[in-house]
Design a protein around this ligand. Structure first.
Ligand SMILES: NC(=O)c1ccc[n+]([C@@H]2O[C@H](COP(=O)([O-])OP(=O)(O)OC[C@H]3O[C@@H](n4cnc5c(N)ncnc54)[C@H](OP(=O)(O)O)[C@@H]3O)[C@@H](O)[C@H]2O)c1
Length: 318
């Protein structure tokens, strides 16, 4: 079954609501990468998420490692390259760790990503994390150069607050098409805060996203992309089958049996059910799990089921 698509920012493009993240392929063999790619295409995924950073800490790796492994393993023909969307990110720097949204850094990191990916253009470039020292005019100059030279077709951000996006928009003329942020049923601060708005003495009521990040994206036509859709918190393992979440797993299992899919698909559906039209960025390296997750693309969970899941994950539904 084809994947459900969602509008991509304010462009006329439609993109699948489940996409493949390539952060964890640094140590995989060519055959494993080919199998992951084939399973993704088979499931209807034609959108691949990278970052210059991915693979930087792999033994013998470095920046651009995952981009390079993807290109080396797949050796896509020009026509197959055209069939897919390649998204990558810039702005995180190493040694010392920090952030750099200067013109020089953005442009040189894109040049290196193009080389590593073996392509002439990126479909999407995201600013990976906010840079406190950002000069919006520099970002604008970099985006203009990359757009005019045909090297990047669309621009977005990741982990940015609404105000940080507003700041960029004081100088950047291209639409910000996407904001990639952490979201899973358990790590759902961007949704839980809205639910617990105006409540005292509850962790969920604390604003952790700059305030109204989801509403801001909907009002401004920015596509939200959910990273770590199965992680409990920040890279500390998945909640699926975790003894830390007995109630959530019971509910996931119940719904999986009702909709005749796996709990993985229900965890995806909890994100795709949201009317903001989000994209789920999968991180699995296992072909089987890609297919299981894709089955959640178009499951319209009932309101009671959607709220039941966030409650079972321990969030407050006041
Ligand atoms: N913008 C950002 O700041 C940011 C940050 C982090 C990630 N990302 C993007 O988001 C993508 C997804 O992030 P993520 O990898 O953290 O997401 P994830 O899909 O929540 O986690 C994937 C990890 O969980 C494991 N896993 C998945 N299902 C499992 C199951 N049922 N049982 C046990 N283990 C399971 C996978 O192992 P297997 O490989 O064995 O399946 C893999 O190690 C990344 O690839 C990257 O593209 C973006």
């Amino acid at each position: 079954m084809p994947l459900k698509t969602v509008p991509f920012g304010t462009t006329n493009l439609k993109v699948p609501n489940v996409v493949a993240g390539m952060m964890r392929i640094a140590g995989d063999s060519d055959d494993q990468i080919r199998a992951l790619y084939a399973a993704s295409r088979e499931a209807g995924i034609d959108f691949f998420d990278h970052a210059d950073l991915y693979g930087f800490n792999h033994p013998g790796g470095g920046f651009h490692r995952c981009e390079q492994r993807f290109a080396q393993a797949l050796r896509l023909s020009p026509s197959e390259r055209e069939e897919i969307a390649l998204q990558t990110k810039t702005s995180i720097v190493d040694a010392p760790w920090g952030y750099d949204q200067s013109y020089e850094h953005i442009v040189s990191s894109v040049e290196d990503s193009l080389k590593a990916l073996g392509t002439d253009y990126l479909d999407v470039l995201l600013l990976h994390r906010p840079d406190s020292l950002v000069e919006p005019e520099e970002v604008a100059r970099a985006f203009d150069h990359l757009e005019e030279s045909g090297k990047v077709r669309a621009f977005g951000v990741s982990n940015h607050t609404p105000r940080q996006i507003d700041l960029l928009r004081t100088a950047v003329s291209q639409p910000i098409v996407a904001n990639q942020v952490q979201l899973s049923i358990t790590h759902s601060t961007i949704i839980a805060q809205g639910l617990s708005s105006n409540m005292a003495d509850q962790g969920d009521s604390v604003t952790r996203d700059g305030g109204g990040l989801v509403d801001y994206a909907r009002i401004n036509g920015i596509t939200l992309q959910a990273w770590s859709p199965f992680q409990k918190g920040f890279q500390d393992g998945v909640f699926l089958n975790s003894p830390d979440y007995p109630e959530l797993n019971a509910e996931l299992n119940r719904l999986a049996s009702k909709y005749q899919v796996t709990p993985t698909a229900i965890a995806v559906a909890w994100i795709t059910r949201h009317p903001a039209g989000m994209q789920v960025v999968l991180g699995t390296t296992k072909p089987r799990r890609v297919a299981e997750a894709a089955a959640g693309s178009d499951i319209a969970l009932m309101r009671s089921e959607w709220y039941g899941l966030i409650k079972a994950a321990g969030h407050n539904v006041p």
